[in-house]
Design a protein around this ligand. Structure first.
Ligand code: VAH
Length: 312
């Protein structure tokens, strides 16, 4: 059976649905810190859990005969700068608890998301390669960078089949993002539909690596399906979908909502965004396990607006 930790989050909620579609509801246990019944859209089986409560997590794995864990619970970049200690605790100790339990319970596989946030101001800005300077300047990025080395360590030392992807900013109309710097790319759609105007907290010409959630979920399932011997990267794979600036996505939305207006009022997240590459080279993922994104800017905008019931 599969346990999804962070099943109520932006990735977790859609990943849980995709896994249930493939393996059946009963085979996929959704886990999150919210109390059972209070979480939107998370059908049973559901278990309330805290990634810092290792004993309880271990008990769930034993009681539910878990053989795989998708560990998505984390504090993201913007919130992490407001709560650095919490972010470090949840992101780091949470991962270490999962890795330890996976080894002692002899789990088949573990998935853990890293992020392009592992890169920093000195990383290449364009088509940042798999092997590049990773000097993150956010607590979130530091925790993801350290987490990658821990995953690699558990694979080398204990043979744990833990696999990881450096997700770009993820865009979906189903699940709200929580506390990320890239969340503007989701908020802009809701504001465009609701009020036809949006005040963006990033500068107009700030490029960021992004991906439509459908591609991110497919990448996760394809990575987890790949033969272990094809997985040459045990820290975390660069993964690219598309890159755009706030001005570019606003222009693409205006094609469908002509009256849409964007304004700019950069806040502390501008500095975080500027520390990250504008685009990512994912040629190693393409070579090792055949990755290929499907959604470009136009296709993503159309899917998002259709999903929000706007005729495109
Ligand atoms: C964030 N959405 O903004 C996350 C992501 C690449 C960014 O890790 O923090």
């Amino acid at each position: 059976k599969i346990l999804v930790i962070g099943a109520c989050g932006q990735i977790g909620s859609e990943l849980t649905s995709a896994l249930r579609e493939r393996y059946g509801n009963a085979q996929v246990i959704a886990g999150d810190r919210l109390s059972a019944g209070s979480h939107a859209g998370q059908a049973q089986p559901y278990v309330q859990l805290d990634v810092l409560d290792k004993a309880h997590l271990s008990q769930i794995v034993a009681d539910e005969n878990i053989t795989q864990i998708y560990h998505l619970a984390a504090v993201l970049s913007a919130t992490g700068e407001k709560e650095p200690q919490l972010a470090w605790q949840i992101n780091m100790q949470g991962l270490l608890n999962v890795l330890d339990i996976a080894v002692s319970a002899g789990l088949e596989k573990v998935f853990w998301p890293s992020s392009i946030a592992v890169f920093g101001p000195d990383s290449p800005k364009k088509n940042c390669p798999q092997q590049a300077v990773t000097e993150p300047t956010t607590v979130y990025g530091i925790s993801k960078c350290a987490g990658e080395y821990w995953c690699n360590y558990y694979h080398q030392k204990f043979g744990l089949d833990v696999r990881s992807l450096r997700f770009p900013g993820l865009i979906s109309y189903l699940a709200a993002p929580g506390g990320g710097t890239t969340d503007y790319a989701v908020d802009i759609f809701h504001k465009a539909v609701e009020t036809a105007e949006y005040e963006c907290y990033l500068e107009a010409d700030t490029p960021l690596p992004m991906m439509y959630m459908h591609d991110a979920i497919r990448a996760t399932l394809e990575l987890m399906d790949a033969n272990a011997e094809n997985i040459g990267v045990r820290t975390s794979y660069n993964l690219a979908g598309l890159s755009f600036t706030p001005a570019e996505i606003a222009q693409a939305i205006k094609k469908h909502i002509p009256g849409f207006r964007i304004s700019y009022a950069p806040d502390f997240r501008q500095q975080i965004a500027e520390s990250w590459p504008g685009s990512i080279d994912d040629s190693v993922a393409r070579k090792d396990w055949g990755w290929k994104p499907k959604f470009d800017l136009e296709a993503m905008v159309e899917e998002m607006l259709k999903g929000m019931k706007i005729t495109v």
